[in-house]
Structure formats: structure tokens, C-alpha cells
Design a protein around this ligand. Structure first.
Ligand SMILES: [Zn+2]
Length: 393
């Protein structure tokens, strides 16, 4: 089966390329923010829904206006792609998977996507539209043979590093079918607890640079606004952030690949991370473990390798339910790590019991062909969830 797969590499632009990219990023950001405003206004002021086509038509006019003529200086392809990205953000919002799109800021990560008509690819060398020379890419691992990239995305992160993500279609062969099934629970003391009692990922490992970060942030706050030193300090903060994020992502990738390789069916609980982050004392721990990113990786890797990923409704009482007899406790506060079932007397480790319940529920869901897509459940205070069970796409 042909699957789309992105390969990401670091690259080192020369001064001219840096200049063109800076311009392109700026224009993409401008167009994205402009279209977000257009779509928001259309909806709130006139009750109209504007889609990609509508914004693309308006952009043609925008580019003819005197004060936004500079948009014509960059390749038009990444600008259209920005509109597509916005369209996707809106779709995610309307389907309950994400918050309302927000404006892009200058100091956050910048990106521009080039479709195949805006770059040339010749024997491993890649030249973007408006550039004379190919990018100096560090191919730390090779692309599949004879691949033809369908699009590339250039990003500059907060630490001012440049990356290129090359999207190719690849024949990924499903892995052999192992008879194993597993349930995963999100923990606070470890990132993942499996139904067979293993724990993975200690949050302390991810938070190793925390002190350094706090120090750098204090230094940054002390510097005069707009000064060169402040910018330097900002970069330093960004670099530490980036390093921590890289370490976490690397760990998540290794673990998600391992889980998918070893198991045919993987059951996870879907958490409304957003809601939990609002709970202040948990916020840090939960953002740190990055559960939603981990589940996202499991999702696409399951698709690549022909595995089944079952997401359990977040309303399922996985922690409070006794795996042995099915008794459900009225409440179980977060600091209780071990408990004894009042009904059957079995002693439980909180997290392992939850992971076992998740596996059982996942198998039940998979067996009756009914999938629970908790991503579609949106809860806002006072509003009941639209539907508890929506069918899988
Ligand atoms: Zn029990």
C-alpha cells in the first residue's frame, strides 16, 4: 500500500536563501492571518462561511492592491498553501479536534510549504522557487530510492534552526502480525503504563534542563525591551526549549515505533488534554508527557504497518473500575496510587489497573466494530458532548 511519509532534515541556507526564506515566511504569515480575519469577519459579521476557494479568490485581489504589492515578490505557491493550512485548521476546529485557529506570530516557528510545481528535485538536490542554488541539506538518513517528493515544507524554529520536511509516497509493507494486544494508560510518574505492567518514560528525564531554562528566562526578563541583548537572551531560552522538545519527541518516536511493532491491537484512552491542562497543578506534568503527540504518532504508524489502534471514550472510568470484578468506585483522587477493591478485595496498582481496563474496553469496541472517536467530542462548560460514539472516519 502506498503511504505518504515525511522525511525531515536540517539544512543550512546561505545569506541569499535566508533572505528569500525570511520574505516568504513573512508573506505566508501575513496571508494566513489576513485570511483568518477574512473568514472570521465573514462568519461573525455576515453569517457567511468562507472556504479555501473563497479566500484564494480574494487573495488574487489582495495581491493587486497597492499596499500589499510586496506579496508578489515571493513564490505564490507557499501563499496558496498557507490558505490550505488555514482551511485544515478550520476543518479541525469544526470537527471538534482543535481550538479555533489563532494568528501566527513573528517569533514563533515559521514555515512555508512548496507544492511540486515550486521546487526542482534532481538526484537528491533540491532547489526552491525563486532560488538559484540548491539547499545545503544534511541527509542523515537516506530517502527511499527513486522517490519523487510531492511537497516540501521549510521551517525555521524558535532557535533559528532550519529544517526541510520532504513528503514522499512510499510503499510501506505491513509488518508481520504478532498475536499481541496491549492497553496503554497515561501516567504522571511515567509517560506510559502498559496493561502488562511495564512503565516507560520518566518525566524527570524530559525536565532535565528545567533549572537552566528558569535561569535563562530570568535573564531574558531582565534585559531591556528591544535591545540586542534581549534578543540574544530570547534565543537562548528558545534553544533550551527546543532541546527539551527534541529529547521528548525522540523518546516518543522510539516508544511509539516499539509499541506498534510489538502489538497487533493497541488500545489507548483519549484525553481531553486541553481540559486537563486547564487544571493548574496537573498542567505541567501533562504538557510534559505530551500524550496527544504520542497518540498521534501511534495513529499514523498503526496505519503504515497495518495495526489497529482503538481509542477509548474519555468518559470510560478506566481508573475507577476494578479490572477483576467490574466494580466502579465513586471517586478516586489522583494521589491514590494503590487501592483495594471493596467488592472483591483485589489490590490494584492504579495505573496498571487502568491500562488493563483500557485494553479490555478497546477489544470490546474493536470486536463489535464500533469505534469511539473521542476527538469528535467537544465539551464546553454547560454544553453536553455532541455524541459519545461517533463512527470512525
Ligand atoms: Zn473488584
Amino acid at each position: 500500500m502506498k503511504q505518504k511519509k515525511a522525511y525531515t532534515y536540517r539544512f543550512y541556507p546561505n545569506d541569499e536563501q535566508k533572505h528569500i526564506l525570511a520574505q516568504t515566511f513573512g508573506c505566508c504569515r501575513y496571508v494566513y492571518n489576513w485570511a483568518l480575519r477574512e473568514r472570521t469577519d465573514a462568519y461573525y459579521q455576515r453569517g457567511e462561511r468562507l472556504y479555501y476557494e473563497g479566500t484564494a479568490e480574494r487573495m488574487v485581489l489582495l495581491k493587486k492592491q497597492e499596499e500589499t504589492m510586496w506579496l508578489n515578490e515571493v513564490s505564490s505557491v507557499p501563499l496558496q498553501q498557507s490558505l490550505r493550512h488555514l482551511d485544515k485548521s478550520f476543518r479541525n476546529f469544526f470537527e471538534g479536534r482543535a481550538n479555533y485557529p489563532t494568528f501566527k506570530k513573528k517569533h514563533n516557528q515559521q514555515s512555508a510549504t512548496y507544492a511540486s510545481n515550486a521546487f526542482t528535485w534532481k538526484a537528491g538536490s533540491l532547489t526552491l522557487a525563486k532560488m538559484d542554488t540548491p539547499l545545503d541539506i544534511t541527509f542523515h538518513r537516506s530517502l527511499p530510492d527513486r522517490c519523487k517528493p510531492s511537497s516540501v515544507t521549510v521551517t525555521k524554529d524558535e532557535a533559528e534552526r532550519y529544517f526541510i520536511s520532504i513528503l514522499v509516497e512510499e510503499d510501506i509493507k505491513p509488518l508481520e502480525v504478532p498475536p499481541k494486544m496491549i492497553g496503554l494508560d497515561l501516567g504522571l510518574k511515567s509517560m506510559v503504563i502498559t496493561s502488562d505492567g511495564q512503565t516507560h518514560g520518566n518525566p524527570k528525564y524530559f525536565a532535565r534542563d528545567e533549572k537552566k531554562l528558569a535561569h535563562a528566562q530570568r535573564q531574558h526578563a531582565k534585559k531591556k525591551k528591544g535591545s540586542k541583548n534581549r534578543n540574544k537572551a530570547r534565543l537562548k531560552v528558545a534553544r533550551i526549549h527546543q532541546k527539551m522538545a527534541d529529547r521528548r519527541k525522540d523518546y516518543q518516536h522510539k516508544l511509539s515505533t516499539h509499541v506498534i511493532r510489538e502489538n497487533q491491537v493497541v488500545c489507548v484512552e483519549s484525553l481531553q488534554v486541553k481540559n486537563m491542562v486547564a487544571n493548574h497543578c496537573l498542567a505541567k506534568a501533562i504538557s510534559d508527557v505530551g500524550w496527544s503527540e504520542f497518540v498521534r504518532q501511534l495513529e499514523y504508524k498503526a496505519e503504515w504497518y497495518g495495526r489497529t489502534l482503538v481509542k477509548i471514550d474519555k468518559w470510560y472510568p478506566s481508573s475507577k473500575r476494578c479490572f477483576d470484578c467490574g466494580h466502579v468506585l465513586d471517586s478516586l483522587s489522583l494521589d491514590v496510587r494503590h487501592w483495594i477493591c471493596p467488592e472483591c478485595g483485589v489490590a490494584h496498582d492504579r495505573d496498571i489497573n487502568a491500562a488493563q481496563n483500557i485494553l479490555a474496553a478497546g477489544l470490546a469496541v474493536a470486536a463489535c466494530g464500533e469505534a469511539v472517536r473521542p476527538g469528535a467530542v467537544k465539551t464546553k462548560s454547560g454544553k453536553p458532548p455532541r455524541s459519545r460514539k461517533a463512527s470512525q472516519r
